[in-house]
Ligand binder design. Structure first.
Ligand SMILES: Cc1cc2nc3c(=O)[nH]c(=O)nc-3n(C[C@H](O)[C@H](O)[C@H](O)COP(=O)(O)OP(=O)(O)OC[C@H]3O[C@@H](n4cnc5c(N)ncnc54)[C@H](O)[C@@H]3O)c2cc1C
Length: 417
């Protein structure tokens, strides 16, 4: 570590090893791993507040991701707040197409996945990050300008909360004027419409799958095993997954005409449509109508950044890629990438060799893009073809849902500086 690594961050002329933009769990994990490697880190989030525990959607966190999070000491907290998922059952038109359970998979360290609110994960990581002496967390600021030279980046931030007191509560200096931060590396973990990515000049190809889904959150159907349950008579498909607090998420992908009828997102129409596919669930939704969320439409899309790095700016999570929710990989892959990125940046800093940061994109991008292609080439996600499915919806994703990418495991295992 150099003397400048230990400079307190914040205020004019701040200088850090790594500046991460974004306030989601991907940004927080990357910042935490860099800080725990002894690097000075500044995390800058645009919102005045981080997502509170218990809030947000509850993605399925896969066993290998739980392993990475366990390494940072947050697993127990997540297990306490999450819902264990034991595997998947996929039904076609004429019965069960595939069934697997995590505990049947040889060598699996954790025989379950965990649905957990994004806010709970955010708060768990945030608490650890704030405890790191070399880390500073700032809120209510967005990046407005970027300059780069051979040694690092110069970022300009503006207050997003001007006229309020947000950003001044325990997160460093108050708002108002623009601030400049010099960093050896900058990480754009600021989401699908990443301002930092756009400032770096990296372009994105964003393509809709063209077949939407409709989502509701409701109390869980009693006495059903906690698994990912798919009913796929084709062209319709119905997905349910239990979530914490005896709840569940239901995603309904109707046929084209039903989709048009659902335009108004009417809960009665929603329950009526799924009755032919899962009568018990439809009746249950009728019973718990007053405890069910509004119906939300989800327009699935795939997006890919043209590169994951420009100079010393690295893209992470949804600033680099977006995928379909089938297989539940958006967050998982983003967190795996956070681990890869933090290791590559640490190596580059330790050896004063910026070329070492290339390992991140070299290891992670082909893997993530292969997964995106797998989804893109799954006909049921893009067309209303009525051909009955021969394979379970999750069957081609079991490996990615249950194992860490071997090259990433090798990168993280190497560890030596
Ligand atoms: C219905 C649904 C179900 C899903 N289920 C799963 C699942 O089961 N498993 C799974 O792995 N994934 C799932 N996903 C995907 C997963 O939620 C996302 O891939 C993941 O949250 C992306 O993380 P991220 O940190 O890259 O982006 P985000 O979570 O979007 O975070 C981006 C952050 O960027 C910041 N930001 C936003 N705008 C700006 C700005 N202007 N300037 C600076 N910063 C900004 C914000 O602080 C924000 O928190 C699901 C998604 C949906 C919609």
């Amino acid at each position: 570590m150099t003397a400048s690594d230990r400079n307190p961050v914040g205020g004019p002329g701040a200088e850090v090893d790594v500046c991460v933009t974004g306030g989601g769990s991907t940004a927080l994990l990357a910042a935490l791993l860099c800080a725990r490697a002894g690097r000075s880190v500044l995390l800058v989030a645009p919102e005045a507040e981080f997502e509170p525990a218990g809030a947000g959607i509850s993605p399925l966190v896969a066993p290998p991701t739980l392993g990475l999070l366990a390494g940072e000491g947050v697993e127990e907290e997540l297990l306490g707040a999450g819902q264990r998922i034991l595997g998947a059952d996929d039904h076609g038109r004429d019965g069960l197409l595939s069934r697997w359970r995590y505990y049947d998979l040889p060598g699996i360290a954790r025989p379950y996945g965990l649905t957990v609110p994004t806010g709970t994960l955010v708060q768990a990581l945030l608490a650890r990050l704030r405890a790191e002496p070399s880390a500073t967390v700032r809120t209510g600021r967005r990046v407005t300008a970027l300059g780069q030279d051979e040694d690092g980046v110069l970022l300009t931030f503006a207050d997003t909360t001007a006229g309020t007191t947000a950003g001044t509560t325990g997160d460093g200096a108050g708002g108002g004027a623009e601030e400049r931060v010099r960093a050896r590396y900058a990480v754009a973990a600021d989401g699908r419409h990443s301002p930092l990515r756009d400032l770096s000049g990296i372009t994105v190809r964003d393509t809709p799958f063209g077949r939407p889904g409709w989502l509701v959150a409701a109390p869980v159907v009693p006495r059903r095993e906690p698994v990912l349950l798919v009913r796929h008579p084709a062209p319709q498909a119905l997905f349910t997954v239990p979530t914490p607090g005896d709840s569940m998420a239901v995603v309904w992908c109707p046929d084209r005409e039903q989709g048009e009828a659902l335009g108004q997102a009417d809960p009665e129409v929603f329950a009526g449509q799924i009755k032919t596919v899962d009568p018990e669930l439809a009746d249950w939704l009728g019973e718990v109508r007053d405890r069910t969320s509004p119906v939300f439409r989800i327009d699935f899309a795939m997006w890919q950044a043209a590169s994951w790095r420009r100079g010393r700016v690295l893209l992470l999570g949804e600033s680099a890629h977006g995928m379909h929710t089938l297989g539940g990989q958006g967050l998982n892959q983003s967190l795996h990438s956070a681990a890869s990125l933090a290791r590559a940046v640490d190596e580059a800093l330790a050896h004063k060799d910026p070329t070492r940061v290339e390992a991140y994109e070299r290891i992670r991008r082909p893997y993530v893009e292969r997964l995106q292609e797998l989804q893109w080439n799954t006909p049921a996600l893009r067309s209303y073809e009525a051909e009955p499915p021969r394979r379970g919806a999750h069957q081609d994703f079991v490996e990615v849902m249950t194992t860490l990418q071997p090259e990433l495991a090798e990168q993280l295992g190497a560890g030596a500086r």
